[in-house]
Write a protein that binds this ligand. Structure first.
Ligand SMILES: [Zn+2]
Ligand SMILES: [Zn+2]
Length: 378
C-alpha cells in the first residue's frame, strides 16, 4: 500500500485538519465492503472476441454540459469520482451515482478549484461514504471552494496532496498521479491533478483542465504517457492538447467533456484538426451525452458511436450555402437525414453529417425527422 503524504493545510483561511489519520482512511486490516451494484444492461457495443474478463472496469463520462464529472467503477467494487460538475449539476451527479448503486466513493479527486469541476463536490461528500480525497495544494477565494472545504471538515475527512509519480490501487486497476509537477502556477488550470489508470493491457488518462505548461512538464519528467483513451484537457480548448503531448499519449480514443453551444467556442478547431489528423476516435458529451467506456483488460468499447470532428468555433466567414438546384416549395423542400440522427438537414454537406455513411434524402413532408438542424436549417 502506498504511503501518502501527511495531511496538508487545505486553505489559508481555515484551520488545518488534525494530522491523525481519519477513520475513513483504509488500512490494510480493514475489511472493505463492496458496494451493492445495480445490474445494468449490456453495453450496446460488442467487444471483439478476445480473452474477456467477466467483470470489466467502467468509466462513465457523465454529461454535465460544460463541466467534468467522471465515475470509474472497478471490477472489485471500488469507485473513483474525478470532479463533480458545476454547482447547478449537484442533484444530477448525485442521482446518477445513486442509480449506479454507489454507496461509497473510495477515491474522490477534485482536479482543481474551478467551479465547473468542484461545484458538485460538497453534495457528493455529504451524500456518500468517502475514502481518500485528492486535491491540489492551492486555495481559491470562492464560495464554491469554501463549501467544499466545509463539507470535508464537517465529515472529519482530510485532503491528500497528490505526489507526482506516486501510485495507488483502485481494486485491480493501477492509478498513477502524473501532475501537477510544480507548486506554483499562474492560472488554476495547470494545478489540475492528472491521473493515469491502467487496467490489464488498457489505459485511460484523465487530465482535468491541465494546459500546455503542465503537458510540457509531464513530457520533461519522462512519464510513460502512452494511453489508449485520453480525456482531452480543458474541454478541448487550444490551451491544451499540444501536438507534442498528443503524440506522446498517442491515444486511440479521445473523450471531450463539453457543453453544446458553449460560449467558449470549445472544442477548438486546432485540437479537433490534430485529433482528426491522427484518426483518433472522438467521443464528446455535447453530441453523445453521457459516454460509458468499458474495458475487459484487453479492449475498450463505448456505449455510443464516435462523434464528429467539428469545432465549437463559429465560422462567420464561411461562404453562404448554395441554393438547392431543385426548386421546391419552401414548406416541402428536399431534406437530408440519417436513420440514427434526430435532425433533418437542408444541405447534404452539413458538417454534422460529415461522418455519416448512409445519408437519406426526400421531401420534408416525407422525412421522419421533426427536429431542424441548428447548423444548416436557418
Ligand atoms: Zn479550470
Ligand atoms: Zn474546466
Amino acid at each position: 500500500m502506498t504511503t501518502f503524504q501527511v495531511p496538508t493545510t487545505i486553505a489559508s483561511e481555515t484551520p488545518a485538519p488534525p494530522s491523525i489519520p481519519s477513520t475513513n482512511e483504509k488500512t490494510n486490516s480493514e475489511v472493505v465492503e463492496p458496494p451493492t451494484i445495480t445490474p445494468e444492461p449490456e453495453p450496446s457495443a460488442t467487444p471483439e472476441p478476445s480473452i474477456t474478463n467477466d467483470t470489466p472496469i467502467e468509466v462513465h463520462f457523465i454529461d454535465v454540459g460544460q463541466a467534468d464529472a467522471i465515475l470509474i467503477k472497478a471490477p472489485t467494487g471500488e469507485n473513483m469520482l474525478i470532479d463533480a460538475g458545476n454547482n447547478a449539476d449537484r442533484p444530477e451527479v448525485v442521482s446518477y451515482l445513486k442509480k449506479q448503486g454507489i454507496n461509497k466513493i473510495d477515491v474522490l479527486v477534485g482536479t482543481h478549484p474551478h467551479e465547473d469541476h468542484i461545484g458538485g463536490l460538497d453534495n457528493v461528500i455529504n451524500s456518500f461514504d468517502i475514502g481518500q480525497i485528492y486535491m491540489p495544494k492551492v486555495s481559491h477565494t470562492t464560495k464554491t471552494f469554501e463549501d467544499v472545504l466545509i463539507a470535508i471538515q464537517n465529515k472529519g475527512l482530510k485532503v491528500t496532496t497528490p505526489v507526482p509519480g506516486s501510485t495507488f490501487d483502485l481494486g485491480t486497476a493501477k492509478c498513477t498521479i502524473l501532475a501537477p509537477n510544480n507548486s506554483s502556477y499562474e492560472g488554476l488550470n495547470n494545478y489540475s491533478i492528472v491521473v493515469k489508470l491502467e487496467y490489464g493491457n488498457t489505459s485511460f488518462l484523465f487530465t482535468g483542465d491541465a494546459e500546455s505548461v503542465s503537458e510540457q512538464e509531464m513530457l520533461s519528467k519522462g512519464y510513460d504517457l502512452k494511453t489508449d483513451a485520453l480525456k482531452i484537457g480543458h474541454h478541448g480548448s487550444d490551451s491544451s492538447t499540444t501536438q507534442a503531448f498528443l503524440d506522446a499519449v498517442n491515444p486511440k480514443y479521445a473523450i471531450i467533456m463539453v457543453g453544446k453551444d458553449n460560449s467558449y467556442g470549445h472544442p477548438s478547431k486546432v485540437v479537433m484538426d490534430r485529433l482528426q489528423a491522427k484518426s483518433v476516435a472522438v467521443y464528446r458529451t455535447d453530441e453523445n451525452g453521457t459516454i460509458v467506456a468499458t474495458s475487459d483488460g484487453n479492449n475498450i468499447t463505448f456505449n455510443v458511436k464516435p462523434g464528429s470532428y467539428s469545432s465549437g468555433e463559429t465560422t462567420s466567414s464561411a461562404a453562404p450555402e448554395p441554393s438547392p438546384s431543385v426548386t421546391v416549395p419552401t414548406n416541402d423542400r428536399i431534406v437530408y437525414w440519417t436513420s440514427s440522427g434526430k435532425s433533418y438537414h437542408y444541405t447534404k454537406s452539413c458538417s454534422t453529417l460529415s461522418r455519416s455513411k448512409n445519408i437519406l434524402e426526400g421531401p420534408l413532408s416525407s422525412c421522419p425527422k421533426t427536429d431542424p438542424c441548428d447548423k444548416c436549417v436557418k
